[in-house]
Design a protein. Structure first.
Length: 365
């Protein structure tokens, strides 16, 4: 009687897995694809070399004016000279420690919230979205702590971009949740009001909202009751973004199976507990990509405040391009601004992917 011996499963050959296996399967799986891959790779490497040569190898980095740009490469001297304007706008030089402190504390809080093992993350998150904005507003403006007042028309650059984006992101999410629940409400008045609000704000471009908030709204207000231009922009951005956020969250609510609602009712949960403990956590988890996509759109749309006379990081770049002392170096200015936007948008995108994978419990197919 012949006895069959079972051998353990062997790993696949090394040339069929990893990067080599992927390249053989997708790039070199036929003669035509191999030729096309080599041709495209040649032009891509050649173009990349020219970009690196212009932006790094032949670039000028430090100087006082355009006369320091002599190599023919990128003139990053423009960014070096105007770096404070790109970061802080026209904030008084003697008070730059205030926005610098804001940047440092914001980076620390984001790092603590992103690290999974941070103790008391819930309290840190609560502090970040409640007390921290108030303290930073008082610090930057000077209305608290006995500091000199710095009017918001002197703010600019990345400072304005971050303030608009952070306030819009933090404030639009809860408003969007309420609007989404209101649009799905069984009470006709609440459902109608929520629907009218969402459709009205989604039917106009953000640039129109900013223009109305900055130029037209003061015309209908009593003399002496005008609010700060930055505050009007913050309100407009928040209300506009909340309408889009509401539709994103409503899509997540509609994706929840009916059985989840029935299970919550069977447990005897009232409406707030059913929504807060069962339905909304699942809806937010499902819509993480769409929510972050809305945040990224909001961050990029902050550049539209230039229409109302506020200089965000892109507005500072455009102002530098019109300076007679730096004519001809707009490419470097726009490249730096694009890098700033890319760093923040890419960071949000990667964090959303990490968060989605961490919260993945089998709802994806």
């Amino acid at each position: 009687m012949k006895v069959h011996q079972f051998q353990p499963d062997l790993p696949p050959p090394g040339n069929t897995t990893g990067l080599v296996g992927w390249m053989k399967k997708n790039l070199f799986n036929s003669a035509v694809n191999s030729v096309l891959t080599l041709v495209i790779a040649y032009f891509a490497i050649k173009g990349l070399y020219h970009v690196i040569d212009w932006a790094i190898l032949q670039a000028d980095w430090i100087g006082e004016d355009r006369n320091a740009c002599t190599t023919g490469g990128a003139c990053w001297v423009l960014v070096y000279v105007r770096f404070n304007q790109f970061m802080f706008g026209f904030y008084p030089e003697a008070e730059l420690w205030r926005p610098e402190f804001f940047y440092a504390t914001l980076a620390i809080l984001i790092g603590l919230l992103a690290w999974n093992k941070t103790p008391k993350r819930g309290w840190i998150c609560l502090f970040t979205i409640t007390l921290y904005p108030v303290l930073m507003a008082g610090l930057l403006h000077g209305s608290m702590f006995g500091l000199p007042v710095v009017e918001t028309y002197k703010w600019g650059g990345l400072l304005v971009t971050l303030v608009l984006a952070l306030v819009g992101i933090v404030a639009s999410l809860p408003i969007g949740v309420l609007l989404a629940l209101g649009r799905r409400s069984h009470m006709p008045v609440i459902r109608s009001l929520s629907t009218v609000y969402i459709e009205m704000w989604r039917g106009v471009p953000l640039i129109t909202v900013l223009f109305m908030a900055s130029v037209m709204l003061p015309l209908f207000m009593a003399e002496g009751s005008e609010t700060d231009k930055l505050i009007r922009a913050l309100i407009g951005v928040t209300l506009f973004s909340a309408a889009y956020m509401a539709e994103v969250i409503r899509g997540g609510l509609q994706a929840i199976p009916k059985g989840q609602y029935e299970a919550a009712d069977a447990l005897g949960l009232n409406y707030p507990k059913k929504i807060g403990l069962i339905i909304m956590p699942q809806a937010l988890k499902i819509t993480i990509p769409s929510i972050v996509n809305t945040f990224i759109d909001l961050f990029k749309d902050t550049s539209l405040v230039l229409i109302i006379g506020m200089f965000d990081v892109l507005g500072i770049g455009q102002a530098a391009n019109t300076d007679p002392a730096w004519l001809g170096f707009s490419t470097e200015s726009y490249a730096f601004v694009a890098l700033v936007f890319w760093v923040f948008c890419f960071g949000m995108s990667r964090y959303s992917i990490w968060l989605e994978n961490k919260l993945h419990t089998g709802h994806k197919r």
